[in-house]
Design a protein around this ligand. Structure first.
Ligand SMILES: NC(=O)c1ccc[n+]([C@@H]2O[C@H](COP(=O)([O-])OP(=O)(O)OC[C@H]3O[C@@H](n4cnc5c(N)ncnc54)[C@H](OP(=O)(O)O)[C@@H]3O)[C@@H](O)[C@H]2O)c1
Length: 297
């Protein structure tokens, strides 16, 4: 079985690489040092890559993920978040391949009484959320065999995400101000990579497309998450001492794109499919911090 992984050098891609390599022949692509470098927004280059690799399974974490910049660069965001998954899905239809794609909690806004399920109606409030929803819809309309994993608040010990930013500042002894009125399901990239592998191993050979919420189970505000992360980092000697973390409102931390206040996703459907509970937010953060300390992440 041949798998093609896009965005292989991104946060999720780097966690997917070792897990997918256990499932078959893995070919990686992206803009840089991957085995088959390719600008995936270039139609001819994409077509050539797919014709040459001919994957049985296409795993696509490549995306425009700069949420605020998308407000001003909607066309570029649409190219990666809508046009690319549409092209991949159509190729999968023509070649009977399976597509694994990733979407986001930012397709939702508003506040239900419980965690968002796959049946809830999306209502994105940002350009990023709208382009990701358009990507989901393009896949579903293509008729491809596809699994769309909606995830949230992805973090890891790699640079360029909330967790590593918080730990970096705390390590320098800087006091922190963190938003406490946005609540979500922080998800470790390692957990999501494991969930992806479990979905592929479940033997689900879908005949059409399906959306699944793929998050660590539970909920936390950004502020609660930062507090727990700093405590765990101190316990493991990753930083010397705790720093003050002031809870602030979203209004005190203005950002270009509007974020959902309630971003908690319900992963029950995925748990039933893989016949296994997903790790809780606390368990996943513990695992990430342990790997960080052991320098294996
Ligand atoms: N991060 C989050 O908090 C979050 C939350 C919910 C959902 N998601 C979704 O989860 C998925 C993975 O996110 P992530 O955090 O791993 O994202 P990421 O680290 O930003 O990775 C995105 C990847 O896409 C690649 N890419 C961008 N433009 C490209 C192009 N023109 N051609 C080829 N490759 C290109 C990047 O390549 P380079 O490395 O070379 O730049 C990068 O490897 C995405 O679908 C995202 O929407 C993320």
């Amino acid at each position: 079985m041949r798998l093609l992984l896009t965005g292989a050098n991104g946060q999720l891609g780097r966690h997917l690489q070792p897990r997918l390599a256990e499932l078959g022949e893995l070919i990686t692509t992206g803009l840089g040092a991957e085995s088959r470098p390719c600008d995936l927004t270039d139609p001819e280059a994409l077509d050539r890559l797919l014709r040459e690799v001919r994957p049985d399974i296409l795993v696509n974490p490549a995306a425009w993920t700069a949420v605020d910049a998308a407000e001003d660069e909607a066309d570029a965001a649409r190219r990666l978040n809508e046009w690319l998954p549409a092209q991949l899905a159509h190729w999968c239809v023509r070649n009977d391949a399976l597509l694994i794609h990733y979407s986001t909690d930012y397709v939702f806004s508003g506040r239900p009484r419980s965690a968002w399920t796959e049946e809830d109606a999306p209502a994105p409030a940002s350009v990023y959320g709208r382009t990701k929803l358009a990507g989901e819809r393009a896949i579903r309309e293509s008729g491809a065999r596809a699994i769309i994993l909606r995830t949230a608040w992805l973090y890891s010990c790699l640079p360029g995400n909330f967790l590593s930013a918080i730990i970096g500042r705390a390590a320098r002894g800087e006091a922190l101000r963190v938003v406490s009125d946005q609540v979500g399901s922080p998800t470790w990239a390692g957990s999501l990579a494991e969930m992806t592998k479990a979905v592929l191993q479940s033997g689900t050979m879908t005949t059409d497309s399906r959306i699944l919420h793929a998050v660590n189970r539970g909920q936390m505000s950004w502020h609660e998450f930062a507090q727990l992360a700093v405590t765990m980092a101190v316990e493991r000697g990753l930083i010397e001492r705790p720093v003050e973390i002031e809870p602030i409102s979203s209004a005190q931390w203005p950002q270009r794109a509007e974020r959902p206040r309630w971003s908690v996703l319900e992963p029950g459907a995925l748990e039933r499919l893989v016949d296994h509970p997903v790790p809780s937010v606390e368990q996943a953060l513990t695992q990430c911090m342990n790997e960080w300390k052991a320098r294996t992440c």
